[in-house]
Design a protein around this ligand. Structure first.
Ligand code: GH3
Ligand code: MG
Length: 309
């Protein structure tokens, strides 16, 4: 594990480096507070720091405050302050500045080692918490079956994209896709097979769009795709690609090869008028999807240009 030693005295620094290397740490050295800040703010910088109180430029206390105010999200830095001060006020000042612990000089190597172990334990707990938070965040924003954006999230992506397109006077494009006769898959092959089809359709939709487009599960067997930087002509081509990505290859589920198709309601909306509700644009896409169903399915229909209020 990497550890930072921030210490201006070269001899003390060297002694500590040797001790810590014996303990198995990979040591990174900083000879003043500014250098320490720079090292700690690197994305793969050390997360354990042994910091001398007395240092030129930025002392240990200022460094603690700086680290805490610029804390990278998800990467807590555990600070062990090194000091020759033993007064209660000094200890309190150090901890209040953001140090996690302190050790007074001269120290016994075994005590330093034990204190660093405590730091590692805290860091590992913090990592577990961060992971749990990330998992919760993912679950709150993604659909459990397909792992696509869930309805709330894709709507919020769409709303943000619409506002951006309005600001930059660019066209806003979405595709509303619905699996054809999906109920029959459930009825004929079972709900589990239906789930497999939903997952596979989700995967194919994602691999048919670019990284910066967004795909969400809008409803049961309905998907909403928000395409950025896409005018009507490109949207026509994209819709056809997506339609064919589903129709051209059967999906294997319940020991059967299932032919699956989707119908698409497409819309490209260009407006200089601000604050058009997303709902009215989606209603147009939905109407186009309804036409695609009525005209025989397995096709994309474009909404008539939206009439501005
Ligand atoms: P259409 O071509 O007109 O869209 O017909 P459809 O059968 O696809 O549409 P309908 O709305 O009649 O049926 C949709 C079905 O999707 C009904 C519902 O039980 C099923 N469904 C919704 N969510 C899930 C799911 O998570 N898993 C499975 N297996 N089925 C689902
Ligand atoms: Mg359907």
């Amino acid at each position: 594990m990497k550890i930072l030693i921030a210490e201006d005295d070269p001899l003390s620094s060297l002694l500590m480096q040797r001790t810590l290397e014996k303990f198995g740490y990979e040591v990174v050295l900083a000879e003043d507070g500014h250098a320490a800040i720079e090292i700690l703010s690197q994305p793969d910088g050390p997360r354990l720091a042994l910091i001398d109180w007395m240092m030129p430029k930025l002392d240990g206390l200022e460094l603690c405050r700086e680290v805490r105010s610029a804390q990278r999200e998800g990467a807590y830095i555990y600070i062990l302050l090194l000091t020759s001060r033993q007064d209660a006020e000094d200890v309190v000042a150090g901890l209040e500045a953001g140090a996690d612990d302190y050790i007074t000089k001269p120290f016994h190597p075994a005590v330093l080692r034990a204190r660093l172990h405590t730091g590692r334990r805290i860091l590992s707990l913090e990592e577990t918490l961060v992971q749990a938070r990330e998992e919760m965040r993912f679950k709150a924003t993604h659909d459990a079956l397909t792992s696509l954006w869930n309805r709330g999230s894709i709507l919020s992506v769409a709303r943000n994209e619409l506002r951006r397109c309005e600001r930059e006077t660019r066209p806003f494009s979405v595709l509303l896709c619905d699996i054809d006769h999906f109920k029959q898959v459930n009825d004929n092959y079972g709900h589990l097979a239906g789930d497999i089809v939903l997952e596979e359709v989700g995967r194919r939709l994602v691999s048919s769009v670019r990284d910066y487009d967004a795909v969400g599960r809008y409803g049961g067997e309905e998907f909403l795709i928000v395409l950025s930087n896409c005018d009507e002509n490109s949207l026509r081509a994209r819709a056809e690609n997506i339609r064919s990505a589903i129709a051209s290859m059967s999906i294997q589920a319940a020991n059967a090869e299932l032919s699956v198709t989707i119908s698409i309601g497409a819309i490209t909306y260009s407006s200089s008028q601000p604050d058009v509700p997303l709902e009215s644009i989606l209603a147009q896409a939905d109407a186009a999807l309804y036409c695609a169903k009525a005209e025989g399915r397995d096709r994309a229909i474009f909404a008539a240009p939206l009439i501005e209020a």
